[in-house]
Design a protein around this ligand. Structure first.
Ligand SMILES: [Zn+2]
Length: 230
């Protein structure tokens, strides 16, 4: 029967298997490497940014769970008066970006189509067991909920963080790395949704069907960081 298995099916399954074992610091490196200033940070600054962002997201999730015990991300968002709008961005190979969710104008916007795509790809790749008991929608809401927390509390580390970098004319400048907020939002979503894997795995799965090369490149870059740090 093995002749009936599509090679792609095994590939995505393998991606999830591989990346599920990667720790949050390495996922943080991947996210930070998308920051325009990444190459201007020293090794110790990179470590500081990632560790502090991970802690910030996790602590904020713990704080919220204390205020709203036994409640999931969706219920918490509604308790906070945040409407959740489900939108339908049709995904195709032509899509420039694949939209997952966004916090915008005091509301959380989540793509229904992307959730369906993640579910569909999981089924094809035989990953339904991996996502069992997990609400993809809740994980996406949780991530956006962190951006709401940042807006409400500008004392959060991701808002106050100042990293000293050298500018081109050799002066120094203090910057707040934009990707710190993303690293923290993933850490927050992981804690709030009680996941045992990094939420960006949903991105690897979600883009695979329409943009397999993007999925491959995320995994390749992540594993390069993992092998370098090992
Ligand atoms: Zn975000």
């Amino acid at each position: 029967m093995s002749g009936f298995l599509m090679p792609e099916r095994n590939e995505l399954f393998g991606f999830v298997e591989q990346t599920a074992a990667v720790d949050d610091f390495i996922w943080g490196l991947l996210t930070l490497s998308d920051d325009a200033l990444y190459h201007r940070f020293s090794q110790s600054q990179i470590e500081e940014i990632i560790k502090e962002s991970l802690t910030c997201g996790e602590n904020e999730a713990i704080r919220l769970l204390e205020s709203f015990p036994q409640q999931g991300p969706e219920e918490i968002a509604l308790e906070l008066g945040l409407p959740i709008r489900m939108v339908d961005f049709k995904i195709s190979e032509k899509s420039k970006i694949i939209f997952f969710g966004q916090y915008v104008k005091s509301a959380i916007v989540i793509s229904e189509d992307t959730i369906k795509e993640i579910e569909n790809q999981s089924k094809i790749a035989g990953l339904t067991g991996f996502l069992e008991n997990i609400s993809i929608k809740s994980v996406l809401i949780a991530h956006e909920l962190f951006h709401y927390c940042e807006e409400k509390n500008n004392k959060l580390t991701t808002c106050t963080m100042k990293i000293r970098i050298k500018t081109f004319n050799l002066f120094f400048q203090n910057v707040t790395p934009l990707c710190a907020s993303e690293i923290a939002a993933f850490s927050f979503a992981k804690k709030l949704s009680n996941l045992n894997f990094h939420p960006r795995i949903l991105e690897v799965i979600g883009v695979y069907g329409v943009k397999p090369d993007l999925s491959r490149s995320i995994v390749k870059r992540l594993m390069a960081f993992a092998n370098k740090e090992a």
